[in-house]
Design a protein around this ligand. Structure first.
Ligand code: GLN
Length: 541
């Protein structure tokens, strides 16, 4: 039987519950346990796929094609354990299955209610991950304790822990212990109140993880233990880390958080194996080969969460190349206004990420052109690849009106066109080309060299694609099609021949990068950027 860790959050949102859940899972897996993670989100969208990045940040895509919360990205990056469709479940999904079941007549005669029908459905979802292959399921409840929306989820985990017994389930509450500058003090009252709310609905947290800017003193631990009714050693400090989110698990392990979790769950405390993780952190914190500057040209640059996995993948590539990657976030519209030179002249590498909609498109196309003409290493992702193709069509093939049909449907040169099987799609939710697809690499290309293999699988999220009608002509003009679908029909990667490193892909490589296994394309890209800066020699600036 699997054991369960339920993670809730109190006082405010953005406490980094996802990072904590991911860190707990990493530590348990490094003590020899098979762990799975999931996130339950209280909003009514069936998944975040239809939400704007401004609302929600990045939409993370799993291998099996689910559009999910960005915390699942942390889960996979920290643990290397693949998430699936079952790893993210929203109120919207729960309610739609309950209502579908009601329409099928499965509750015939009964009044369908939040308790027990919605809570039962939530429990079913949680237990779906608790199979024979899984020792511990870590379930994070989105939102903040006290919100109306999250009540059914909290009631469901309360019931579930009652049913499985206290040795098999643990409540971990993540809370804020703010530092009040004027008083020069840390305050425990908000945490006490948040635990009070949990207790009023029947959940007595076993463990408190306290997010704070300043270290907790003995008196704070005593107070929190006494008034929140938890053992003193189960008041864990999670202070802001100095350098990187990847320090969080190490900090939690230093306080034996994982040991206490295992003891509470009556699981044997095996040795903790974290040598590779610590070595990775050393490289990340003090790289030996200087710095490099990467410009990310996007339209949501004011919001760090919108390109979360891209920024993380750049960090991973820095670790692999022993170089510090400084990211310059460049607003695509600023390039439209001021020209590319002004914003990109200092970049050692230019990255154009994915996106939707017309705003900023000309800026991205100009960025790709700048990289192409000035021999600056370039990585284009999804929309970024499509923009690189449009630049090539306009300025190398000479088709001034070339565009993506997403923006100008009636152009004479729609070099990016709606995919055939998207033409019949009416609903917006979950209908893009999503998840893993195989891709064959052409020998002797930048892509083949970066991957060191012939066939890859990468994650997708798009409706438009390279228009095969223009393939022969663009190939003649020098565009290299280095990655194709196994049937040879679909263009997955394009690159340039007379350029140090210009690769653009239709898929999202950032979703498969982890700090211990940097993605080959990001690694290759950052290696070239480092080269350009002249930092190839260790310590050289
Ligand atoms: N908007 C483009 C498409 O749908 C690109 C999508 C993306 O960048 N994820 O094809």
């Amino acid at each position: 039987m699997s054991k369960h860790v339920f993670v809730t959050g109190g006082v405010v949102s953005s406490l980094g519950k996802g990072l904590t859940a991911a860190s707990v899972a990493l530590l348990l897996s490094r003590r020899g346990y098979r762990v799975r993670l999931q996130k339950l989100d209280p909003y009514l969208n069936v998944d975040p796929g239809t939400m704007s990045p401004y609302q929600h940040g990045e939409v993370y895509v799993t291998a099996d094609g689910a559009e999910t919360d960005l915390d699942l990205g942390h889960y996979e990056r920290f643990t290397g354990i693949p998430c699936t469709r079952g790893s993210n479940c929203t109120s919207g999904r729960i309610y739609s299955s309950v209502i579908a079941r009601e329409r099928e007549g499965q509750y015939l005669g009964k009044t369908v209610q939040v308790i027990p029908h919605v809570t039962d459905e939530i429990k079913r979802n949680i237990l779906a991950l608790a199979d024979d292959e899984t020792d511990v399921v870590v379930t994070e409840i989105g939102g903040t304790v006290g919100d109306i929306e999250s009540l059914p989820f909290l009631e469901a985990i309360r019931q579930l822990r009652h049913e499985i017994g206290r040795d098999n389930g643990l409540f971990m509450h993540i809370t804020l212990v703010p530092y009040i500058r004027a008083a020069g003090e840390l305050k425990t009252k908000p945490s006490q109140q948040s635990v009070g709310i949990l207790r009023s609905i029947g959940i007595f947290p076993d463990m408190l993880v306290c997010r704070c800017e300043q270290p907790l003193a003995a008196e704070h631990r005593d107070k929190l233990a006494l008034f929140c009714n938890v053992d003193r050693n189960l008041v864990i400090e999670e202070k802001d880390v100095d350098h990187s989110i990847y320090e969080v698990p190490v900090e939690l392990a230093r306080q034996d958080l994982d040991v206490y979790v295992l003891e509470k769950l009556r699981l044997h405390v095996n040795a903790l194996e974290m040598d590779d993780w610590r070595a990775m952190l050393d490289r990340l914190i003090a790289p030996g080969s200087g710095e490099t500057r990467i410009a990310v040209v996007g339209k949501y640059v004011s919001l760090r969460d919108a390109y979360k996995s891209v920024y993380e993948a750049l960090t991973h590539a820095g670790i692999a190349n022993d170089v510090r990657v400084n990211v310059d976030m460049v607003e695509a519209e600023d390039i439209e206004r001021d020209g590319a030179e002004r914003h990109l002249a200092d970049a050692d590498g230019i990255l154009a990420p994915g996106g939707f909609g017309e705003r900023g498109i000309e800026g991205k196309i100009a960025a790709a052109r700048f990289a192409r003409e000035n021999q600056v290493p370039f990585l284009g992702i999804c929309l970024g690849m499509q923009c690189a193709v449009v630049d090539f069509a306009r300025h190398v093939c000479g088709w001034a009106d070339a565009n993506s049909a997403e923006f100008v449907p009636d152009t004479a040169h729609p070099v990016i066109a709606l995919m055939e099987d998207q033409k019949r799609v009416a609903n917006k939710g979950g209908t893009m080309r999503l998840g893993h697809y195989a891709c064959r690499l052409a020998p002797d290309t930048l892509a083949a060299r970066a991957y060191g293999t012939k066939e890859i699988k990468e994650r997708h999220r798009h409706r438009f694609e390279f228009n095969a009608a223009f393939r022969a002509h663009m190939e003649e003009k020098g565009l290299v099609f280095s990655g194709l679908s196994p049937d040879g029909q679909l263009v997955e990667i394009v690159e340039l021949r007379d350029h140090p490193w210009f690769v653009a892909c239709q898929f999202h490589p950032e979703f498969q990068s982890t700090p211990l296994h940097s993605h080959p394309l990001f690694r290759g890209f950052v290696a070239q950027a480092r080269e350009r800066r002249g930092g190839a020699v260790s310590g050289d600036q």
